[in-house]
Design a protein around this ligand. Structure first.
Ligand SMILES: O=P(O)(O)OC[C@H](O)CO
Length: 423
């Protein structure tokens, strides 16, 4: 073959590959646009989804800590606001979403009120998650120490992944005496219309939450180009070691993502049952393999997810895993007619985690997250009871039903699969 012919063939191949890639992106964009349009139309037609079982609150004692699990936003917010309103010296509040609605206003008033009484108040909220909220809403008392975690950080220019990640945590610590952590953001929608789970801790382990907040604050207190303009939040020693209760912190700037590791370890160790609740289920290959392997060795694996969440794309990416899961005998429990946003897991009646991380890439290897990893049969029992009540609002998907879905659905799952690492 002449050199000219080789050149022409190369050019032709290059053009074909280029056009193929562009065509794939065009198909992908069309699928996304179609799904979003269908979702928007059906969402508006849907009646308000407020009817779902309320498992209630559950109390237990783990080591020297009093634990309370919340499963309804109104109950949680009432207690959180009460703690802020009666704080005596320190309030630390960190949230991913802080809506400018009735509930958001109550929290704003509560922290401002505490600051007026002379309480030291520190708040952190995520800049990206609240881009839709008018900045004027965040009208803090002048003595409140505020960090709006920036969408873009200078370090992203120099240190790659260390400068990425949203602050996805939801933490409240009051007077080093009481701490809250879990799935609840701050907003009226979450008070009554979403099923979520949060944990209150009273006792020495509140230190773990305080330390997580202090680390976040002190690592980001510099503004502009290195000028320190925010106060240091003193870090204090723990004075105790409690292996049964541990905060698991994802800190992208330190390149540590232990949440993924503790999930993997616990799943791999399971011998009887694994009950996972998550709003967005887009596991990476190792997490998926661990779940499938557990089910194949006879562990009763149940994954509880919303049938329809608030993120249509996340739902469709999640569906791409259903066939493998169902074939391995994983029970897929689809929470009906309401959004479930809890990020919890409990294994073998021994190990549990309650936190802020979803089972997706953004949470497991992307964002600032925190969860409490707890070894305790009573607390695991409470989470199992909650799981059982939530399950009563689910329908279990069968392989037969899933196998009979429309060819367009299969096509959409396949076309969207390459987007999994993005979410
Ligand atoms: O990011 P999460 O898990 O706090 O969920 C927040 C909702 O998706 C807001 O749209």
């Amino acid at each position: 073959m002449s050199q000219h012919a080789v050149h022409r063939l190369k050019h032709l191949l290059f053009t074909l590959v280029k056009r193929g890639i562009l065509a794939f992106f065009a198909v992908q964009a069309t699928v996304i646009a179609t799904l979003v349009t269908i979702d928007t139309v059906t969402r508006h037609r849907r009646v308000k989804r407020t009817r779902f079982p309320h498992p209630g609150t559950f109390q237990s004692q783990v080591a020297r800590a009093d634990m309370r699990l919340y499963t309804f936003g109104e109950d949680l917010y009432r207690d959180m606001l009460h703690e802020i309103e009666t704080a005596e010296h320190l309030v630390l509040l960190e949230t991913y979403i802080w809506k400018n609605d009735e509930v958001g206003q109550k929290f704003l008033d509560a922290v401002n009120g505490a600051a007026r009484r002379g309480v030291d108040v520190y708040v952190i909220y995520d800049g990206f998650a609240n881009l839709v909220v008018p900045p004027a809403f965040y009208d803090f008392h002048p003595s409140v120490h505020v960090l709006r975690f920036p969408v873009f950080r200078a370090s992203i220019l120099f240190t790659n992944v260390r400068g990425t990640g949203f602050d996805h945590r939801k933490v409240l610590v009051v007077d080093d005496r009481v701490g809250f952590v879990g799935g609840y953001n701050i907003g009226s929608l979450y008070a009554t219309q979403w099923r979520d789970t949060h944990l209150k801790i009273m006792g020495p382990s509140v230190w773990d939450l305080r330390q997580a907040f202090a680390n976040m604050w002190n690592s980001n207190r510099k503004t502009g180009w290195g000028r320190a303009t925010r106060a240091i939040l003193p870090e204090i020693s723990a004075n105790f070691w409690e292996p049964r209760i541990r905060a698991v912190n994802n800190i992208p700037s330190n390149l540590v993502f232990p949440t993924r590791g503790v999930y993997l370890d616990a799943i791999n160790r399971a011998s009887r049952h694994i009950f996972i609740t998550t709003p967005y289920f887009i596991p990476d290959q190792q997490i998926l393999d661990a779940i499938l392997a557990a089910a194949r060795r006879g562990v009763d694996v149940r994954v509880l997810i919303p049938e329809t969440s608030n993120h249509v794309l996340a739902d469709w990416l999640s569906r791409g895993f259903y066939t493998d899961l169902l074939k391995a005998d994983v029970s897929l429990l689809l929470y009906e007619n309401a959004m479930i946003h809890a990020k919890t897991a409990t294994i073998d009646g021994e190990w549990s985690i309650v936190g802020t991380a979803n089972l997706d890439r953004l949470s497991l290897t992307g964002n600032y997250e925190i969860g409490m990893e707890i070894y305790d049969t009573d607390l695991a029992g409470d989470l199992e009871r909650i799981f059982e009540i939530d399950s009563s609002n689910c329908r279990e998907l069968t392989l037969k039903e899933w196998g009979s879905r429309h060819v367009a659905a299969r096509f959409s799952e396949a076309v969207l699969a390459p987007l999994r690492p993005l979410l």
